[in-house]
Design a protein around this ligand. Sequence first.
Ligand code: APR
Ligand code: PHB
Length: 404
Amino acid sequence: MTTQTHHTQVAIIGAGPSGLLLGHLLDQAGISNIIVERADRDYVLARIRAGILEQGFVDLVKQAGVHHRMEKEGKVHHGFDIALYGQRTRIDLTRLTDGQSVMCYGQTEITRDMTEAREQKGLPTFYTCHDVALSDVQASPVVTFEQNGQQHRITCDYVAGCDGFHGVSRRTIPEHKRTEHERVYPFGWLGLLSDTPPVADELIYCKTHRGFALASMRSDTRSRYYLQVPVTDDVKNWSDDAFWDELKKRLPEDLAQQLVTGPSIEKSIAPLRSFVCEPMQYGKLFLVGDAAHIVPPTGAKGLNLAASDVSTLYQLLDRHYNRQDKDAPYRYSEIALRRVWHAERFSWWMSNMLHDFDQTQVNGMEKLTFDRFMQSELDFYLSHEEGQKVIARQYVGLPYEAID
Ligand code: APR
Ligand code: PHB
């Protein structure tokens, strides 16, 4: 069988939000790119994920020119609530951060917008690719794969590994050249999506004696709710009625009474994990987004952290190709990791603060002592303006590092 050969400046592995956003930005800068994706197009577009975008992400989407539907349908949120055993405190993001906010717009929607825009521009994307393999990434990278019985070979200057936690890119880095930091939490999030009006205008993060709950949304008519459940739980154990009953018990009382319930459109359990791979680069291979790091969803940072990686990599590649700064890409890992660790810490902190740890020992402490410490710490942060500011500044997203 003959092999089809291609050449591009940057081969991108994965057509999730990281790969798509990077592809658009590179294209705007005149840098050619090909995306290679393992799944089929419909599968990629159907995935349900989070929906809170930092300003930095929104700005990048605008820069990439794929912002039109997001600007029309996305909702700016100026704050959110933390309910501590029923007692609500509003984190007024805009006041506490001198004017910043977040955008509520589903990752599913932004992925669709970027996919369609890529097709309209005629940029090459290969879906349903099997046996994707990377070689010679230290010198002259090559990507090979099989699609519909045809072998393909891409030669390129650089490879952007945007292929998520289970992708091939990270595993291409020899084990002795990377360090992986990981914490797996003893609970998961059971999520339910429904065509019902959200219970409130803004998000509500609830810490209760029954465990954590989150009331979120996708639009004025579509809600997204989450419940903390044991990681060993099975979604089959949760009828819609059981979900709504439990949610009512975890929401503040006035909201529980107003909650509108309805049939679920989607229901699934996701495990919670903190993970970082260091370095995020091996020669001419860069790890971007979930391929390099995972955060528990409590701080809404997963997608946003992927966006700051994309911003860093795009700027460094732009310097390489358009400003004759040949060594710029080698700074990627060092710059990206600084922001990654901040977001990891915030997401870990929010998770510790808001969940119920159903163990005898947590972080080396007796569970009861740990719970009391966490309750007291959250209480402390919520009870004064400086504490709320610390939460707000991190929730809207720390600024992207300037690249000189
Ligand atoms: N070859 C090609 N593509 C692959 C491979 C492979 N071996 N393995 C995985 N992929 C594809 C997946 O099918 C998926 O479409 O890579 C893509 C990775 O997308 P995501 O997992 O969505 O990761 P990323 O683009 O980094 O998105 C950032 O933010 O909200 C968080 O975790 C959430 O997905 C989100 C992330
Ligand atoms: C969501 O809407 O899916 C969502 C929002 C905020 C989070 C996590 C998930 O912190």
